[in-house]
Design a protein around this ligand. Sequence first.
Ligand SMILES: Cc1cc2nc3c(=O)[nH]c(=O)nc-3n(C[C@H](O)[C@H](O)[C@H](O)COP(=O)(O)OP(=O)(O)OC[C@H]3O[C@@H](n4cnc5c(N)ncnc54)[C@H](O)[C@@H]3O)c2cc1C
Length: 262
Amino acid sequence: VLLNLREHLRPGTIREAVRLLREGAGRTVALAGGTELVGRQDPATEAVVDLSGLGLAGVGPGPARGLAIGAMTTLQALAADQGVHAAAGGILARAAAMAAPATIRAAATLGGTLAGEKGGEEIPTALLALGARVALAAPDLVEVPMAAFLRDREELLAWAPLILRVVIPAQALCAAGGCARVSRSPADRAIVCAAAVAFPGGEVSLAVGGVERRPRMAAASDEPFARWDAVGDHRASTEYRCTVAPVLARRAVLEATGGAVR
Ligand SMILES: Cc1cc2nc3c(=O)[nH]c(=O)nc-3n(C[C@H](O)[C@H](O)[C@H](O)COP(=O)(O)OP(=O)(O)OC[C@H]3O[C@@H](n4cnc5c(N)ncnc54)[C@H](O)[C@@H]3O)c2cc1C
């Protein structure tokens, strides 16, 4: 519960939403599905900018024949969408289906997953492997590759406080894909996960989440993960994460390439 909440703002335009978020920086935050925000109980939050009136939900054609996924698309809609299923072995749809229980997936959004702290690793890892780009409003449109978004997320959101959509490039839509994860139970969030995309030209992109603080690209499944800047927590040590990462990376690449490991 947000005990100090005084205002629920519901702008009808992107420009207005960005203005409200900028003017209230520090005490005003974006409200999407609310699954993380409401539980956060941050006493500094005095106003929320409800994003539900901005038309940001849905999956459809994007620029240059890519696939555009609106920031307010729920994880359930993402998991069920035919176009997302058809892209690169459905690795993003599979990531969304595993990201949270059904009750949470019905409300939690793609934007909240990328901007929040508790969205887990699987969706950003899949988007990284797919070569996705994140579109933000500053209020003018700013588009950044997923890798840059993950690296500079706090700075980007301070400057362009609203995620509008994620675009999957056309070449990833007709690629093959694979993914693998390890978690404490099938319903729990991933401890470590890997996603691979094999493009028609033969190039394979591989991303690994759950080893470093944010998912990152790996050159190959035998990458020296022990040299990564691994983080451990109550769910798994750094050693465990570095040990399991190449196994998952190899599985993801095997699935994407139909058996040929690079
Ligand atoms: C009971 C429970 C179980 C959960 N289980 C899991 C789990 O198993 N695995 C897992 O990965 N996650 C889990 N979560 C976390 C949850 O699924 C994610 O945090 C969720 O994806 C957040 O999305 P949301 O739309 O609800 O975001 P919100 O709670 O509305 O917002 C989260 C943050 O993102 C910001 N934000 C939202 N949308 C935008 C936007 N478009 N632009 C800029 N900023 C934005 C908000 O200001 C806020 O800071 C669980 C949560 C709960 C409550």
